[in-house]
Each structure stands twice: as C-alpha cells, then as structure tokens.
Design a protein around this ligand. Structure first.
Ligand code: IMP
Length: 433
C-alpha cells in the first residue's frame, strides 16, 4: 500500500500532531523523517493531553509502530524522558518505538554551541529553540557527527567523541571563551543511556520497505514547516533540516513512487516563532486576540508565537514545493469571534504586485500584503459535527482559502480533540479505511 506524507505548509505549529494522530487510525507505521526535539506536537485524546517532541504522533494507537528515521537528530536524554513519560501513562513505548542507527545524536556541545552562536549573533539572532539542532546537522554535513548506532559500540563512540571534542573544545575555549568539555563525563552519560535504548535500534529502512511490500500503509510525519525548510524556506530564518515532502523521501529512505498523498497542514491564519520576515504579521489588538484565543504559545519553548492573517502567496508556494494533494485546515474555530477576516492574496513592493513567493529575500522582507476582506460567521463552531452544518460564511471562507491555495481542503479542524475534525471531501487515506 502507498505512503502518505504529512507536511507543515507554513512556519510550523500548524497542528501536524493532531492531524497525524487522527489520520494514523488507519495506518501501520508513523515515521518521523527530520528535525529533533525542537518540534512540539500536541495530541489530545479524551481528557488527556500529550506533548510529543521526538516520538512520532502515532504512538497513541496500539496498532501503530512509531519510527524515528535516518533524517532525525536524537537527543538521547530527551528521548528517554519522553519514553519514560509515555510509559508512566500506560503506553508500552519502549517496546514499540523504533530508531534508525543512522539518525545523528545531539551532543552536549551542540546545545552549548546553539546558545553561544545565537548570543554572538546579537540582534541578528535566529531565535532558535536552543536544542542544538543546527550544530548537530552542521556536524552531520561536515561528516564528524556521532550516530545513534555509535551509542552501542563503546570503542567507536569514544573514538568519534574524542575526534569531535578535540575540535569543539578549541572552539569553546578559543572562540567563545568557555571551559572545555570533558570526554569522560560525556562518554559516561551517553554510554549510560545505551542499555535502556538498545531495544529501539532497528534497521528502519528495511522495516519500512518490508511493511510497504507487505501491503501496509505508512505515514511520514514532518516536523516544523515548509517555510522553515533549509533549502526552500525563508533562509537564514529556517531550521537546519528539510521539512518539505522531498525531505520525507531522503529522511525516511523511500523513493517517490511509493507516495500517493501529500497532505499539507495549515492553520486558517498563520504563526511564526523566532525571528524572520512575516508579511501578514499583526501587531494590533486583533493579533493579540488571535494569540489568546488560539493559545499561540510554543509547545517546546513556551514562547509567544507571532500571528497574522492567512497568507495565500505562501500557501501556493507550499503547494508547489510539496506537490500537495490535500490540505488539512486547522484552527478554523479560532476565527469565530472576528467580524471580518482577511486573506493576503498577493504582495505589493515598489509599485509591483507579486502573486508568487518573491525570488529575492529583500522583496519578501518588505512585502506589503494585498488583502481580500470577507465577513466572519460570529458564532461558536466547535460543536459542529458535519461540515455542511458550518455557517455559510465559514464554508465560504474555506472555499476562498482552497481557491487561493490551489489545493483541495479535505479536512477542517474546529478544536483540539480528535472528534473536532470535519471531513469536507470524502477521500479516505487508505482505500476502504
Ligand atoms: P532550530 O530548529 O531550533 O534551529 O530553530 C530555527 C528556527 O526554526 C527558529 O525560528 C525556531 O523558532 C523555528 N522552529 C524550530 N522548530 C520549530 C517548531 O517545531 N515549530 C515552529 N518553529 C520552529
């Protein structure tokens, strides 16, 4: 059976956790393909709230195997804390979660360097999550990283750590004026995790392909979003991996012919955490209300998210770079209180109108949104059970987003619970599912 990619179509925090959890009902494997514990996926089941950072959202279904694939960066301490937390809540996380030996490790010096680099950038800092993500991916690209498999071979682990630390300590002491890090201390801590994590180590590529060949269905779950993509996002204000659909193929180790659905998750408005350009950002009372109603505070860092109106230029761009087959629209209910709603359909800069994502960064930095304004619906929609029962203004708004994004809206989420999701087009993820 084919695979489905779930990708953030904005700057992250679109509700991928909820979407993945809901769609995982009819799947067999949920595979995280990039990023690390910079992500924060919130899933609500009944009256229980789960906040996942590294473990794939499919963990909440007993029939799903959650897989952490090659493209992810693993902080083993965080991984253990998350596994322990899930076990404490009655989930057999240690037995079910699988981790690729090729996934890279986030080391203590990565976290330290993330902090120091940001500090050094001063006002020009990126506002990273300070989880060591950038430095870990940089080491991977420089071919000096340590991988998950290295935890289980003490000799190799020590050799690689010694080589890496030699260089990192030069950086820490000579450039950043810090104390050097101690090899023994790190080795003891990390090798100490090995025993408890040994059972997770799996040839995930083999597992994924055996599963596909056996007729099973796979969800490839992205973290962050298209506009935070290292290649296709608003560089340099991006993360250091590839959240786009292409990243699911390299990070998950599967070829394009296996994928038949690419679902873009998008809020009915847009948010961003950290620095970087944001054409539709709201600085007024409307923005404040949107932040409060939407509970727009980071799951990972607790930071207040920046908010703005839906940006259709970016939605079309995300549609193109991911090849979206569906949109999963989230948080429509957050807009219920607003009398009128806006959607940016283009940008204006220096007397010119841009309908597509501008090719030059400085145009995007100074882009002024061209808005279409439409009436709101002014009533609570969180209890609606059938799409056709939404107020006509809400349905018109969804039609407008679909027309502007040029991708079909299949699901509309009207609250955080699994049950608060309306099916707008009946196209099951798995035929017969
Ligand atoms: P990093 O991924 O920690 O290096 O942070 C780089 C940029 O990506 C910063 O602007 C972060 O705020 C942003 N970012 C990273 N992970 C997430 C996420 O899961 N949601 C939203 N923004 C994120």
């Amino acid at each position: 059976m084919p695979a489905t990619i779930i990708v953030g179509a904005q700057w992250g925090d679109e509700g991928k956790g909820k979407a993945t959890d809901m769609l995982a009902d009819t799947t067999d494997l949920v595979v995280r393909y990039q990023g690390g514990n910079n992500a924060g996926h919130t899933v609500i089941v009944g009256d229980q709230v789960f906040k996942l950072h590294l473990i794939p959202s499919g963990i909440l279904y007993p029939h799903v195997t959650p897989v952490i694939a090659d493209g992810v960066v693993i902080d083993p301490k965080v991984m253990l804390e998350e596994l322990d937390g899930l076990e404490a809540r009655g989930l057999d996380a240690f037995a079910r979660v699988k981790g690729s030996g090729n996934a890279h490790l986030i080391m203590p010096y990565h976290r330290e360097l993330d902090l120091l680099i940001e500090r050094r950038l001063g006002k020009a800092n990126l506002g990273t999550t300070k989880r060591g993500i950038g430095p870990a991916y940089a080491d991977k690209a420089s071919r000096v990283g340590l991988r998950f498999q290295d935890l289980f071979d003490e000799k190799i682990f020590r050799q690689k750590l010694e080589a890496a630390l030699h260089h990192k300590n030069e950086l820490l002491t000579k450039i950043y004026n810090r104390l050097p890090m101690d090899l023994e201390e790190i080795a003891e801590e990390y090798l100490g995790y090995a025993d408890r994590l040994q059972g997770l180590l799996t040839d995930t590529t083999e597992m994924i392909h055996t599963s596909l060949e056996g007729g099973q269905h796979i969800i490839l779950e992205g973290a962050q979003g298209t506009l935070l993509d290292l290649d296709h996002g608003t560089y340099p204000f991006v993360t250091s991996s590839n959240p786009v659909a292409g990243g699911a193929l390299t990070g998950g180790g599967i070829g394009p012919r296996h994928v038949d659905r690419v679902i873009g998750i998008t809020k009915a408005y847009i948010t961003r955490v950290g620095a970087g350009p944001f054409p539709t950002e709201l600085f007024d009372e409307v923005g404040e209300r949107m932040t409060d109603i939407g509970g727009e505070y980071g799951t990972t860092t607790g930071r207040r998210r920046r908010v703005g109106w839906f940006d259709a230029v970016l939605a079309r761009y995300a549609n193109r770079v991911n090849g979206l087959t569906d949109l999963f629209l989230t948080k429509l209910d957050v807009l219920s209180e607003f009398e009128t709603l806006k959607v940016a359909t283009a940008y204006r800069y220096d007397g010119k109108v841009y309908e597509n994502f501008p090719p030059h960064q400085s145009i995007f930095h100074h882009a002024e949104p061209v808005y279409e304004e439409v009436p709101g619906w002014g009533s609570d929609i969180t209890e609606v059970e059938d799409y056709s029962d939404l107020p006509v203004e809400a349905r018109d708004f969804v039609d407008l987003l679909e027309e502007q994004a040029q991708a079909p809206v299949t699901w509309v989420s009207i609250g955080p619970k699994r049950s608060q999701t309306l099916v707008r087009r009946d196209v099951p993820l798995v035929p017969g599912g």
